[in-house]
Design a protein around this ligand. Structure first.
Ligand SMILES: [Zn+2]
Length: 281
């Protein structure tokens, strides 16, 4: 079994609203986000046997919108247009006050009105540490709604605190044992701290791991997480050192050099995320 041919769900991708894309490309025409279009991604899905992809926001008014309702509406439109292709995760309010005040209700609306299957939090873009009590109402509601929470984890921006550090996520896992957490990017450079964080997606940082540790060591790290916890994802269109449609060939070349059994590959490629989202294919 090889990674090009096996059916995959890409559990972490970005498609941007046209108006945001225009703003970004006006400043920087070569920005990698120029690939972040539904049509570009869908042509890759056909080529590389990706049956579905999860559209995730980034708690960012620069890439998406300040109001979570607007980002959710944008993603819901894409899911309506391509129901067989896309699943989406809800966005969250951007201030601590709004998280506490309206985070839970906003999430519930996204799930009930738009059929969102999870929620995505980027603590660094929010500048709110992941173990802050400000997240409690939102996380409690996610647990009650029985949906997973995906959290960006790799140090972003300098400052006094690494808001998305895996050990902060781990504290919330202890507080919400009934909630499914997905730590994105395997915790990034702090991967060791993410080893006991439950599910991890391999988006974005896999090429960095190869550059830093080589294939053998990276395989050992991935096996440390275990095939039951790893989730295939790319962070299209922007992984470290590789952008746009090149991401797929890079990911498959890396993963094909590793020694996972066919059963393990199926779990990582689609089985684990299907179990989490309770979908069949
Ligand atoms: Zn991302």
């Amino acid at each position: 079994m090889n990674w090009r041919d096996v059916r995959k769900i890409d559990a972490h991708i970005h498609i941007l609203p046209d108006e945001k894309l225009d703003e970004i490309l006006k400043e920087d025409p070569d920005n990698v986000m120029r690939f972040a279009k539904a049509e570009t991604y869908i042509s890759c899905m056909d080529k590389y046997n990706i049956s579905k992809a999860i559209l995730v926001p980034a708690s960012s008014p620069h890439m998406y919108y300040f109001e979570p309702e607007k980002t959710n509406a944008f993603h819901a439109d894409l899911v309506r247009k391509y129901p067989a292709r896309f699943i989406s995760f809800a966005d969250v309010p951007k201030t601590a006050f709004d998280l506490m005040e309206s985070g839970a209700l906003s999430l519930q609306d996204a799930v009930v009105n738009y059929g969102m299957k999870g929620v995505k939090i980027h603590p660094s873009n929010l500048h709110i540490p992941m173990d802050s009590l400000d997240y409690v109402p939102l996380l409690r509601r996610a647990a009650d709604l029985n949906i997973p929470v995906m959290i960006h984890s790799n140090p972003t921006f300098s400052g006094f605190a690494d808001d998305c550090a895996p050990d902060r996520i781990n504290r919330m896992i202890k507080i919400f044992p009934d909630l499914i957490f997905i730590t994105s990017h395997m915790g990034g450079v702090k991967w060791q701290d993410a080893m006991w964080n439950g599910y991890v997606d391999i988006s974005g940082t896999l090429p960095f791991f190869i550059k830093e540790y080589g294939v053998e060591q990276t395989e050992r790290i991935l096996k440390g997480f275990g095939a039951n916890k790893l989730i295939f994802a790319t962070d299209f269109p922007d992984a470290w050192f590789v952008h746009g449609p090149n991401i797929f060939e890079t990911y498959f070349d890396i993963l094909d050099q590793m020694h996972f059994s066919d059963e393990e590959i199926e779990k990582i490629a689609h089985g684990n995320i299907e179990k989490i989202l309770k979908i069949n294919n």
